[in-house]
Design a protein around this ligand. Sequence first.
Ligand code: PHE
Length: 338
Amino acid sequence: MDIKEQLEQIKKNALDMLNSDSDLESIRVKFLGKKGELTAVLRSMGQVSPEDRPLVGKHVNEVREAIEQAIENKKSSFMEKAMQAKLKAETIDVTEPGKKPEIGHRHPIAQTEEMLVDIFVGMGFSVVEGPEIEYDYYNFEALNLPKNHPARDTQDTFYITDNILLRSQTSPVQVRTMENTKPPIRIISPGRVYRADPADATHSPIFHQMEGLVVDKGITMGDLKGVLELFAKKVFGENTKIRFRPHHFPFTEPSAEVDVSCWECGGKGCRVCKGEGWVEILGAGMVHPFVLRNCGIDPDVYSGFAFGMGIERIALSRFGIDDLRLFYENDERFLKQF
Ligand code: PHE
């Protein structure tokens, strides 16, 4: 084979290989590399007669350029293909309907608390919060519940030391407020409270209360009744009636338990009110003179009323739920219904 044919053969082999093999770099090395076939031909130029050398040299260059060009073309067609594939894989169909993110909502207890707060803020009350870890003094002593008072039994709680406990009611906020505010006082204090009660359908060691307190000159039980009646109508409907039953709380005198006419049967008696026609929803009374004096307010000048309710109890009635524990289990199937 003369050198011309040899060169043509190399070119043909290279182009054939490019058609069937995609490893461009090894093809380049095989034909154009330092130890490649074309370089070998160049090395054998010594055997070519001096007058033929320029022609052969030119031919070698043509073959080199042809192979280089073919490799380049192949490379850009690969890149083009890869780009097309990438574009296809990454296309966004802007006409496709979007995925809706799932948005949560307020817990039914929080919803109820907000509703209650709104009602009282609408009547001119302001919201005050207090610590959940409380001194015995604020939770009991200042509220006319000295150590060993039997009424402490109904509010047994968790003690951190002899004098520090988890508050069993939101009433300590009354004391804290009266200590550092001059009447007129008109506050509500929603928040978490604790009692050493085992959990059942109507009890939980953690629950929520909302307390109200009004202190001013000339405040009477009539004011208390008016406020609570308005509240009951807002929560349970326009036709709701309220009723006061005599009761005892150490920090109010007189004290009452307050019932609302049954929202389910309107008072005739049904399963919800257990045939009574009335449902108990809160405790209330006129602030005990002892408590006022304890907080630096002169009971001969000022009087006040207070009331306290369980937020869970209102939520149970509002949503028609019969087991308190459902509120704390964090079961989405339950929570999603409200
Ligand atoms: N704090 C009382 C309780 O938890 C409720 C209450 C508050 C009663 C204010 C009267 C006045 O039982």
